[in-house]
Design a binder for this molecule. Structure first.
Ligand SMILES: Cc1cccc(C(=O)O)c1OC(=O)C1CC1
Ligand SMILES: [Ca+2]
Ligand SMILES: [Zn+2]
Length: 327
């Protein structure tokens, strides 16, 4: 029912003024529908419905939450404004960097639902749409305020449509790591994940760190590992998908930035080549049951395809996986 697109205005989670694409609905109300990207970037309000009920209604009935309308072009829902603007940025990143049109490569509509649950400290891609909690104000601010969070969630959708990495144990840790890698590539000025919306009262911390995983404590097992020998082998967190992801995150960081890690020196090749290597590995070589060793082979093959088998890129990939102890 969106018949045109116009420019909307609003403030994000951090009070920053933003302009974005909206559409005129059929009852002279404006909608948070961006009709300029693929088949649309549409943002809805779950109105604090219980997150599990919302998830079920979304999966079973295609429920998205309620349309967010405004009688004028100003929208005063910061979490919705950021979900909308950041989803557009991630759409643009995938199109401009990899020539991928939305998460399915064919312009699939990107649906975001904000205000899911009560003070829900989570964000998720549920197979159909992106769900964002408002956070409890202490552990998290509204999660759509983090650009790397949106890129992380939308990359879960890309992974589901490509490698399909099973969300447990090593394949699950790779699923998580690819989402963190693309999150850090879109939110390009740091190698931290979730830093903008995590623990507002604590400066400088993050949900996860790719540059130094051990600098952040995780709730389950303590420090995140930065070497394969320190991987988590328990049952929690689907076999540590948010824990062991840090091993591959460190490798990707070393490929891009270089460094010396456990006495292995890596010459970095920069973010531009690194994002191309991991995208190609994800979309051409990884499969649903790929493990860390197969991740190393996929990255070597991708780097070789793109930059030559004797390139500094292939050398950097080999050294980075040596450094984190992945054969
Ligand atoms: C906050 C949160 C909790 C549980 C799962 C995820 C998940 O999407 O895996 C999650 O979101 C993130 O990790 C994004 C990157 C900050
Ligand atoms: Ca970040
Ligand atoms: Zn994730």
């Amino acid at each position: 029912n969106a018949i045109d697109h116009v420019t909307g205005f609003g403030k994000g989670v951090f009070g920053d003024k933003k302009k974005f694409e909206i559409a005129l609905g059929d009852d002279d109300q404006y909608l948070l529908f961006d009709e300029t990207r693929g088949d649309g970037v549409h943002t809805f309000d779950a109105q604090n419905m219980d997150f599990y009920l919302f998830h079920l209604l979304s999966i079973l009935l295609g429920y998205t939450g309620e349309e967010i309308t405004s009688g004028h072009k100003y929208f005063n829902d910061p979490a919705a404004v950021d979900a909308h603007v950041n989803a557009g940025k991630v759409y643009d990143y995938y199109l401009e960097t990899f020539n991928r049109d939305s998460f399915d490569g064919e312009g699939a509509k990107i649906i975001s639902s904000v205000h899911v649950g009560e003070a829900w400290n989570n964000a998720a891609w549920n197979g159909k749409l992106m769900m964002y909690g408002d956070g409890d104000g202490r552990n998290f601010l509204p999660l759509s305020g983090g650009l790397d969070v949106i890129a992380h969630e939308l990359t879960h959708a890309v992974t589901d449509r490509t490698a399909g990495l099973v969300y447990e144990n090593e394949s699950g840790a790779l699923n998580e790591s690819l989402s963190d890698i693309m999150g850090a590539m879109v939110d390009r000025d740091d190698w931290q994940i979730g830093e903008e919306i995590y623990t507002p009262d604590i400066e400088g911390d993050a949900l996860r760190s790719m540059s130094d995983p051990t600098s952040v404590q995780n709730a389950i097992t303590g420090p995140y590992p930065d070497h394969y020998n320190d991987r988590y082998t328990g049952e929690e967190d689907n076999g540590g998908v948010h824990i062991n992801s840090s091993i591959n995150n460190k490798a990707a960081y070393l490929v891009a930035e270089g460094g010396n890690h456990y006495d292995v020196t890596v010459e970095g090749i920069g973010r531009e080549k690194t994002e191309q290597i991991y995208y190609r590995a994800l979309t051409k070589y990884l499969t649903s049951t790929s493990d860390f060793s197969m991740m190393r082979q996929a990255a070597i093959q991708a780097a070789s395809d793109l930059y030559g088998e004797n390139s500094s890129a292939v050398e950097a990939v080999n050294r980075a996986y040596d450094a984190v102890g992945v054969e």
